[in-house]
Design a protein around this ligand. Structure first.
Ligand SMILES: [Zn+2]
Ligand SMILES: [Zn+2]
Length: 367
């Protein structure tokens, strides 16, 4: 089962030329779940290989403008296309109030919008996985979200099955599905004889905006991927504390304590490009990436190598060509598709929008 995370917007508070506002798509099999919908998210989807698909589910982390302003526009576009598939929007308490205002913007829709306010622990059961809310610390009603797969059956031991006299074919499938089988030569084999212990499912944690919080640490234990904000570097620790945001160091310390496999930092203040945030975090937690818009994290099962960053993995062909044309440099990493590799740091893309180090952000960092 494929599982990945598509980063559609990785800037905090205000967009930059290279980074859009919060929007993260998780794809699992045929499911598409959008987390946050900052201004410009529908266009980011259009520019990506995903396209503006008729998303059935949108989860909002909180109601600061950089996380939801893209939603009314996207709902309107769906209506103009005559969408009929219902849409469910999830969010912390306050969602119904928010929509009484938003409805005046997007007007009448051609499809149902169902609103579900979620408190910590509540969520959406989706068969072999679930998405649930957890508490974070951001000073306003906010949810983080965890996508957790059910445990998987243990590994099927072909050698043992053969040695027990199970003929290859349909009976293998029955045992893998947890059923006992009668052998043609007599006797019975039960699944426990040929299956290893159940294996953990994968877990993705999207913390949204928050200072480093005990609740996030709890839910993120042993997660495959923790997507955490790093609005600031530690030089701005004081501002991070005042505004209930995290620094790269703070997020990395939490990731290390939680024992996650990969930490993905996002929601960068516009004074940072990414490499400096990554460098700071990696001194604490080596398995840190700072995705750019249109990067993907492919969340593979541990036995297939675990999570990996695929740079520019969701870039459409035209965008890819333009990226090559404007940068004039090919990507350096073998997984890079966007032609944006930074020769100084093969793990990261390069932001070429002028040097802005030292400039104070124009944004309101409390958002
Ligand atoms: Zn924000
Ligand atoms: Zn916020």
């Amino acid at each position: 089962m494929d599982l990945d995370i598509v980063f559609l917007g990785t800037s905090g508070s205000v967009p930059t030329a290279r980074r859009g506002l919060a929007g993260t798509l998780v794809r699992r099999g045929g499911d598409r779940i959008l987390f946050d919908c900052g201004e410009g998210t529908q266009r980011q989807l259009l520019r990506s290989t995903v396209g503006l698909v008729e998303l059935p589910d949108v989860f909002l982390t909180h109601y600061h403008a950089d996380h939801y302003l893209g939603l009314p526009g996207m709902l309107k576009t769906f209506a103009l296309r005559g969408r009929e598939v219902p849409l469910t929007v999830y969010g912390p308490p306050g969602l119904v109030d928010l929509f009484t205002v938003l409805r005046r913007i997007f007007g009448k829709l051609t499809y149902e919008v169902d609103l579900r306010e979620l408190r910590p622990g509540e969520g959406s059961d989706r068969g072999d996985y679930r998405v649930f809310a957890f508490a974070v610390e951001h000073g306003v009603a906010s949810n983080g979200y965890c996508l957790a797969e059910n445990p998987r059956p243990g590994r099927f031991d072909v050698q043992t099955a053969r040695s027990l006299g199970v003929p290859e074919g349909p009976l293998f499938g029955c045992l893998q599905a947890g059923e006992a089988v009668d052998l043609p030569a007599g006797g019975t084999v039960v699944p426990e004889q040929v299956l290893g212990p159940p294996r953990a499912g994968r877990k993705i944690v999207l913390a949204g905006d928050t200072r480093p919080a005990a609740e996030v640490l709890d839910v993120a234990r042993e997660a495959d991927v923790l997507v955490h904000e790093a609005t600031f570097a530690s030089e701005e620790q004081e501002r991070a504390d005042e505004t209930l945001h995290a620094t790269a160091t703070g997020a990395a310390e939490l990731a290390r304590a939680a024992g996650v496999k990969m930490l993905a930092l996002t929601h960068l203040s516009n004074r940072y490009f990414g490499p400096e945030i990554a460098r700071e975090a990696r001194t604490v937690f080596a398995e840190t990436v700072v995705p750019r818009d249109f990067d993907i994290i492919d969340v593979r099962f541990p036995e297939r190598g675990g999570p990996r960053l695929v740079k520019g993995g969701a870039l459409g062909r035209r965008e890819e060509a333009e990226a090559h044309g404007s940068d004039g440099a090919a990507g350096s990493g073998e997984e890079s598709r966007g032609g944006r590799g930074d020769p100084d740091d093969p793990e990261l893309g390069r932001d070429r929008v002028g040097a802005r180090a030292g400039r104070r952000p124009a944004s309101d960092p409390t958002r």
